[in-house]
Design a protein around this ligand. Structure first.
Ligand code: DUC
Ligand code: ZN
Ligand code: ZN
Ligand code: ZN
Length: 480
């Protein structure tokens, strides 16, 4: 029996913060209250002056992903270990079948890769093609394998892109199953055309990347996916909302009463597109991800979305490629493998730029880094809450601690850090995963294979309850 008492801290949940001790036993929280007594053999952690929060959940990572002709640097072990060092105790990664590959076959492959994970993990399933077998396998995945969310790439033409026919078929199937459809919103046809046009202008460097994927390309796709979901009366979750155009689409739909949810990446909150014009290819290429970083102004709009509750979760899209891999696009920006890291830094940068600036309260921080993801993807209250019966995945957060982020000191296997040189105030002092201390004052004790696969059941009758299309509520419809 292993037991830990976290003493004298302020417990922060998404709904409230209060002074309390937290006692864990055998991987679960067994008591939250004042002056708790430690059973014999209990390890005591002094949390005086610190916050005790649910471990972060990153709803969007790509560990060990085969993508654009290569495989990401971080696998499920190094990537989840890096997460633990940053206070993130669970990830939701993606199974991405090749077009025509049976979904269940891809699922088994990813389950095998993920066995070495150091922290708990779950999967979204990407729908990259469509036929009756896909429809059938979605049912098996939801009902037997605990996958209750499906991802649709609206970009990456001639690869994993979904056309409207597939979106409609799959969203409809999601509704039947009580599963959440999610979208990578970028119009892949426009990206395909713009990449050619930018190349024809003689632009081959990383500065061409954002030119080929402007905000309206994302705005169009977000609006289209939201409209399809509205007509089918299914909720929808938009991943990595990076720009005003896509965030506005979500705000508008929510104002009409539609159940639309938005995710923001830590990188998109902090970094702007000037980095693509950096004279050093390696630096600019290290930031090539999709959607790209946006012009100044978009970042603040995304913060407003998190503050107002129109955007719900923060993620990273952690997808690391090293300089040698990025060099595949030395003469053609369209061949630079898309992806950046962040799983290790997300909590600290969102705290530093969110809470320290007064944009977010500590409880709102917990909501957007953990609880909202747990609720939207059916992990709550096992995850996302400091409460009796919940998993003992906890972070003891030192608001006075500080650290300068750097590739030189990161645990991630990537050779670059998009937050390089940024000094953050507010860092984890201790991380607990399944009631074990896995990170203590800079010392990472991640254990290969200790992570568990998290099954996430379907949503049942609470999902899309109202048969009321938001269109019915628009002023023109009311007047008619
Ligand atoms: N975008 C990235 O930058 N990397 C992986 C996949 C994606 O959509
Ligand atoms: Zn994406
Ligand atoms: Zn992604
Ligand atoms: Zn390498």
């Amino acid at each position: 029996m292993s037991s830990i008492l976290i003493q004298g801290g302020t417990v922060v949940n998404a709904d409230r913060a209060f002074k309390a001790d937290v006692l864990t036993q055998d991987g679960k929280i067994v008591a939250v209250g004042t002056d708790l007594q430690a059973p014999a053999g209990t390890t005591v952690v002094d949390a005086g002056g610190q916050y005790v929060m649910p471990g972060g959940i990153d709803p969007h990572t790509h560990m060990q992903l085969p993508f654009m002709g290569t495989v990401t640097m971080d696998d499920f072990y190094t990537g989840t270990a890096a997460g633990l060092a940053g206070g993130t105790t669970s990830i939701i990664d993606f199974v991405i079948p090749n077009p025509q590959q049976p979904l269940l076959e891809a699922y088994q492959t990813w389950r095998g890769w993920a066995e070495k994970a150091a922290g708990d993990y779950s999967f979204h399933m990407a729908i990259t093609w469509w036929d009756e077998s896909v429809k059938r396998d979605m049912g098996t995945l939801v009902n037997e394998e605990g996958i209750n969310s499906f991802k649709h790439f609206m970009a990456y033409k001639n690869a994993i892109m979904c056309d409207d026919e597939t979106l409609v078929n799959s969203f409809k199937r999601c509704l039947e199953l009580g599963a959440m459809p999610t979208v990578h919103a970028e119009n892949g046809e426009l990206v395909y055309l713009l990449q050619k046009q930018v190349a024809e202008m003689g632009i081959t460097g990383p500065e061409g990347h954002p030119l080929s994927r402007p905000p309206m390309v994302e705005g169009e796709a977000a609006n289209r996916a939201i409209a399809i979901a509205d007509v089918l009366n299914v909720p929808i979750y938009v991943v990595h909302v990076s720009c005003i155009e896509a965030a506005e689409a979500i705000c508008r739909a929510r104002a009409r009463g539609q159940r639309v949810y938005g995710e923001v990446l830590a990188g998109h909150l902090m970094i702007d597109d000037s980095i693509y014009r950096h004279p050093d290819f390696a630096t600019a290429a290290a930031h090539v991800m999709s959607p790209p970083f946006r012009p100044k102004g978009h970042q603040e709009y995304l913060w407003r979305g998190l503050q107002s509750g129109n955007l719900h979760t923060t993620a990273t899209d952690h997808c690391t490629f090293c300089a040698a891999q990025k060099a595949a696009g030395k003469d053609d920006f369209a061949k630079i493998p898309n992806g950046c890291g962040g799983v290790e830094e997300r909590m600290a940068v969102v705290w530093d730029e969110g809470v320290n600036t007064g944009r977010l309260t500590p409880s709102e921080f917990v909501a957007v880094t953990s609880a909202n993801t747990a609720k939207l993807f059916n992990l709550y209250p096992q995850k996302g809450s400091v409460s009796v019966g919940a998993d003992a995945d906890l972070v003891v957060w030192d608001p006075a601690g500080s650290k300068t982020l750097s590739a030189k000191t990161q645990f991630s296997k990537g050779d670059y850090n998009v937050f390089e040189g940024r000094t953050v105030k507010g860092i984890p002092s201790h991380t607990l995963s399944q009631g074990k201390l896995v990170f203590v004052q800079g010392d990472l004790r991640a254990e290969r294979g200790a992570g568990r696969y998290l099954k996430r059941p379907a949503f049942g009758s609470n999902f899309a309850a109202a048969k009321l299309r938001s269109e019915v509520l628009t002023p023109t419809a009311v007047k008619r």
